[in-house]
Design a binder for this molecule. Structure first.
Ligand SMILES: C[S@@+](CC[C@H](N)C(=O)[O-])C[C@H]1O[C@@H](n2cnc3c(N)ncnc32)[C@H](O)[C@@H]1O
Length: 253
């Protein structure tokens, strides 16, 4: 079956990423990348169960902390967590981020890949004060060149520098002149480790799929180092086909 068909067989919550909760280490790395500090107003858009808010408070001592989530269940859990720790000054709001106001933000954590959300948020982000840092995960904000990258964490800064094209954006994220198999694998592995799930036995499978996607996209954009398909890519393509019945070769243009 083609990979697109395989993806439709996965549970909706996995595809939408709604239930993905970042681990503690990931938040620490994100806040270090953004240099979150005691002078900052921090917003976590899509704050989930509030772990990121807790770390921003306890370990980075941000001046003002606000978490926003559309799910009542999630904001209730976040409120409970912060209340237990007596951090009543951390504000938690139950609303759609599309309707949120965050003009006073210095640092924003925003992990959304849904294009409908990105499209509505970009005009809001563009109007934020100069120097506002927006951390995204896996990809930068659409059309923008990142300010700093600690893959898969990407810091975007207002005013945004526009990328000429996808090629320029991709090479800026990976900080290389071209993308070979080793780079694809390394970055896929960093992503797999960063998002840390409950079932690490699937890590290798996820890394294989991610690295193939990175290399194939690079090849299609003309920024892969190799003209020919490298042996490991060929091998992983046939492993997926033979053992998992997942066909990925058609993505190559
Ligand atoms: C960290 S985000 C990541 C998932 C996101 N769907 C993505 O593709 O990257 C997940 C959290 O965002 C929340 N969320 C999803 N859509 C939202 C929205 N429009 N406004 C506020 N929170 C939202 C979910 O309830 C969940 O706690």
């Amino acid at each position: 079956m083609k990979i697109e068909e395989y993806l439709t067989t996965l549970p909706e919550s996995i595809l939408s990423g709604e239930d993905v909760q970042l681990p503690k280490e990931a938040f620490k790395e994100i806040f270090k990348l953004a240099n979150l500090n005691k002078n900052d107003v921090f917003y976590h858009l899509g704050c989930g169960d509030g772990l990121g808010l807790l770390i921003a408070k306890e370990e980075f001592n941000a001046e003002k902390i606000i978490g926003i989530d559309i799910s009542k269940e999630k904001t209730d859990a976040a409120s409970k967590l912060l209340k237990e720790k007596n951090y009543s000054d951390v504000k938690i709001i139950n609303e759609d981020i599309i309707n949120s106001h965050f003009d006073d933000a210095d640092v924003i954590l925003f992990w959304f890949v849904d294009y409908n959300v990105l499209e509505k948020m970009m005009p809001k982000f563009s109007k934020l004060k100069q120097g506002t840092r927006i951390v995204t995960i896996w990809g930068p904000l659409p059309g923008c060149l990142p300010e700093r990258v600690e893959f898969p964490y990407i810091m975007n800064k207002v005013p945004f520098s526009k990328a000429k094209d996808l090629k320029e954006q991709l090479l800026a994220i990976f900080d290389v002149k071209c993308i070979d198999f080793v780079t694809s694998w390394e970055f896929a592995e960093r992503y797999t480790k960063a998002i840390g799930r409950d079932n690490p036995e699937n890590d290798r499978f996820l890394t294989i799929i991610q690295s193939l996607v990175i290399w194939i996209n690079a090849k299609n954009l003309g920024v892969s180092c190799e003209d020919e398909i490298p042996e490991p890519i060929k091998n992983y393509i046939s492993i997926l086909k033979k053992f998992f019945n997942i066909e990925i070769e058609h993505l190559l243009k």
